[in-house]
Write a new protein. Structure first.
Length: 341
C-alpha cells in the first residue's frame, strides 16, 4: 500500500461523503486505502459510509463506541493505516480535481523516502467561490529534502494545518508511542514537528488542498480556547527548540503570528468572560521566553476587563470612521458579557 488517506470524523456526514466521493474518483486503480474513523457520530455517518463502502473496497470504515476526543481519534485512524505514506485530512476540507494524481506521481517517482511532504493550499469562503481562492504559499517550484526549520520559515503557522501534511508511514505510526503528549488540539502539529525533526522534508508547490474559511459566526469554529493557540500550539515548538531542531527565532516568528492573530482574539474573549488567575499564570509559564509575548500579550494581562471593553469600542469606532465597516463589526463582537458571540 503506497498511501493511506486517514479521515477522522464527527457529525459532518454531508461534507465527509462529498470528500469520499471525490477521493474515490481520483483513487480508482491506485495503491491507496481510505480509512474513516468515526468518533461516535449521531448524524447518520455510519449508514452513509457503509453504503458507500459496499461498492468501494478502498474505503475502510471504523466507528468508536463513544467519542474519544479529537487527538485520540487521530491516534486511532493513524494506527489503522498500512501505507508507506499516511495523509490525515479533515472531513470538511476539499481537494483539487487532480490532487491524488499529483501526489501519487510524486510518491511513485521519488527515489528518497521523505519524512514529511507539505502540500500547497488555498482558502475559500463558505460559499466556495473558487475564483477567490489564492495560493497560500507563493513558490514556483518544489522544495526537496530540506530541514524542518526551512519548511517552518516558509509556511509559518500554516504548517499546523492538519490536511497539508503527508507523513512517512512507519515514522508516524511509531510517533504515536513516543510523542510526549497524549491529548492536544494540535496533536497533528506534534506529529509534524516530531517526524520532521530528522529532516528529509519536502514541499509541493501546486495547490492541492482547499480549506474553508470561517463563516461570520466564529462561535461555529471548533477550537475557541486560548489554551489551544497559546499553549498547545507552542508545546511542540518549544520541544523542537529545546532539542535544537529549529531556531528560537523560528518559534518566535510563528508565535508572533498567533499573538497578532487568532490567539489574541481568543485570549481577549477569555478575559471578557472569565477571570482565571490560573490561566494567566499558565500563559506566563509557557510564553515568557518569547520577547514578542511581552509586546503583544503581557500588557493585556494587567488591564481590567472594563478597560479592555472600552478599548475594543474605541477601535471599532475608529475602523468604522476610516470606512473599514466589516472589520469594525467583527472587532465590536468582542464586547460581550457571556460566552456567546
Amino acid at each position: 500500500m503506497l498511501l493511506s488517506i486517514c479521515i477522522p470524523t464527527y457529525n459532518r456526514s454531508d461534507k465527509l461523503i462529498n470528500l469520499l466521493k471525490e477521493l474515490l474518483i481520483q483513487c480508482d486503480g491506485k495503491q491507496i486505502e481510505i480509512i474513516v474513523s468515526d468518533n461516535a457520530s449521531t448524524d447518520g455517518t455510519r449508514n452513509k459510509c457503509l453504503e458507500l463502502g459496499k461498492l468501494n473496497p478502498q474505503i475502510h470504515y471504523h466507528t468508536n463506541k463513544f467519542n474519544l476526543g479529537f487527538s485520540e481519534n487521530i491516534r486511532r485512524v493513524v494506527s489503522l493505516s498500512k501505507g508507506k505514506y499516511v495523509w490525515v485530512i479533515g472531513d470538511d476540507d476539499i481537494i483539487s480535481y487532480n490532487t491524488i494524481d499529483h501526489i501519487y506521481e510524486f510518491l511513485i517517482n521519488s527515489n528518497d523516502l521523505y519524512n514529511i511532504i507539505v502540500l500547497n493550499m488555498c482558502r475559500v469562503g463558505y460559499n466556495q467561490n473558487f475564483l477567490d481562492c489564492k495560493t497560500e504559499f507563493n513558490n514556483n517550484k518544489n522544495l526537496i529534502n530540506v530541514s524542518l526549520d526551512e519548511i517552518l520559515q516558509f509556511t509559518g503557522s500554516w504548517l499546523s494545518f492538519m490536511s497539508i501534511n503527508i507523513f512517512n508511514g512507519c515514522k508516524v505510526r511509531d510517533a504515536l508511542v513516543f510523542i510526549p503528549v497524549k491529548k492536544s488540539d494540535y496533536f497533528v502539529f506534534w506529529l509534524t514537528i516530531y517526524i520532521g525533526s530528522s529532516g528529509r522534508c519536502s514541499f509541493l508547490s501546486k495547490t492541492l488542498v482547499i480549506r474553508r474559511k470561517f463563516d461570520n459566526n466564529l462561535s461555529s469554529h471548533g477550537f475557541l480556547s486560548w489554551k489551544t493557540y497559546l499553549v498547545d500550539f507552542l508545546q511542540p515548538l518549544n520541544w523542537a527548540v529545546y532539542n535544537k531542531i529549529i531556531m528560537p527565532t523560528t518559534r518566535n516568528k510563528l508565535m508572533t503570528e498567533m499573538y497578532k492573530g487568532f490567539g489574541l482574539y481568543v485570549f481577549i474573549r477569555f478575559l471578557l468572560t472569565s477571570d482565571s488567575k490560573y490561566a494567566k499564570l499558565e500563559l506566563l509559564k509557557t510564553n515568557y521566553m518569547i520577547p514578542q509575548f511581552w509586546i503583544y500579550m503581557a500588557p493585556i494581562l494587567v488591564l481590567h476587563r472594563s478597560i479592555i471593553k472600552a478599548l475594543i469600542i474605541l477601535i471599532s469606532k475608529f475602523l468604522y470612521f476610516i470606512n473599514r465597516k466589516e472589520l469594525s463589526e467583527k472587532i465590536g463582537k468582542l464586547n460581550f458579557k457571556d460566552n456567546r458571540l
